[in-house]
Design a protein around this ligand. Structure first.
Ligand SMILES: [Zn+2]
Length: 195
């Protein structure tokens, strides 16, 4: 609470409002232990002095946070800076962190998906017309496209198409949907016209 004492002693326009409230008096007031003239004077000052009123509010918060606020020092983990530190650590863990990343991806790995076939997918599908993909690079590119589209799919290292994929004749033809089912490291693909 030392900082509040310092704050209270900061010289400001004390001319009209009289001397600033004593830190100890404020604490006693909050605890209901201040009486008589002292209490009256303090309340009158608080009515006029925003600075001391602010200090009073902080004191009340401190007292609420530490109900056993006798002279014993507040445990370090109860202090505001410790809270802030803990909060920032939790924030870092939530936002960044490869651990969390792994956790999230493991949580939401999906075994099947339906995607509208856009140009990006078309390029991959048209790369060659074999029904089974063996090229690791191509498969990796396919997985990264899925990730980019927000699909955290189970891992696979083989791709099998139900039927060869050919470029649709018309740019304005019906939309196509790519159905993906992943089973035991194999992704089974099928492209169908959207109904
Ligand atoms: Zn004051």
């Amino acid at each position: 609470m030392g900082k509040w004492v310092h704050k209270a002693l900061t010289p400001t326009d004390t001319a009209e409002t009289g001397p600033h409230a004593d830190m100890e008096d404020l604490a006693l007031l909050v605890e209901g232990k201040l009486g008589g003239d002292e209490r009256e004077n303090l309340l009158r000052h608080l009515n006029q002095c925003g600075q001391c009123y602010e200090i009073l509010q902080s004191t009340m918060k401190d007292v609420q946070e530490a109900p056993s606020a006798e002279p014993t020092p507040i445990a370090w983990w109860k202090t505001k800076s410790a809270y802030a530190l803990a909060a920032s650590i939790i924030f870092l863990i939530l936002v960044g962190g490869p651990l969390v990343y792994q956790f999230q991806t493991r949580q939401s790995l999906i075994a099947s998906a339906e995607l509208i076939v856009d140009q990006e997918l078309k390029d991959i599908l048209l790369e060659y017309d074999a029904l089974e993909w063996h090229r690791v690079k191509r498969i990796k590119r396919f997985i990264s496209v899925l990730h980019k589209k927000g699909y955290r799919v189970k891992s696979f290292d083989r791709v099998i198409l139900a039927k060869p994929y050919y470029q649709t004749k018309s740019l304005f033809g019906p939309e196509e949907v790519l159905y993906i089912r992943i089973d035991d490291g194999v992704a089974y693909l099928e492209v169908k016209e959207k109904k």
